[in-house]
Design a protein. Sequence first.
Length: 218
Amino acid sequence: MIKTVIFDMDGTVLDTLGDLCDSMNAVLSEFSMPARTADEIRSFVGNGIPKLVKRAVPGGTDEKTLAACVDRMIEYYRGHCEIKTRPYGGIVPLLETLRERGVDTAVVTNKDDAAARALSGKFFGDLFDFVSGALPGQPLKPAPDAVLRAMRYFGASAGECIYIGDSDVDVMTAKNAGLASVGVLWGFRDRKTLEDAGADVIVSSPEEIAALFPDRRI
């Protein structure tokens, strides 16, 4: 019986693309680098800010400049992460439904931890019992470390948890943690990406997630 539902953040519970795109392009401009399109940024996200920046800067950028861009992106995004970002439709009711059914809820994301906590608090209040973003010394997804930490927090076994996300990284994270995965189609990746990664279930709306848990039971 599933007692704990762990969510990705970007592309799963929050549409963060606008602020990520604007922040990344602001940093690129500061370093006199060409801007990226929203579709390019969409394809770059999912593995944390360092990978996003590495993919966004021009090829051949030296390591010192790359590191400076990463530091600036973390700083800039923390101050500009709540401008265009909004929850996807149906997410808040889904979380409220899970809460009513006594289900523990968590967010595990590769987003900077400070930004993840700020966004969770602003848009979801206390609807998440556990929030974990990128932390020093903690491997990023698809490494399972943060998911396993969430499971320990709740005292939940692998058979009592599922992981929900929009990308192949999320599906791999679930597999690495020994969890079943639910892939969502309203985020940053398409059905084929989720199918190729081996998502156990693919849904096109938050209501379909709620329907996985009938009769007020998980």
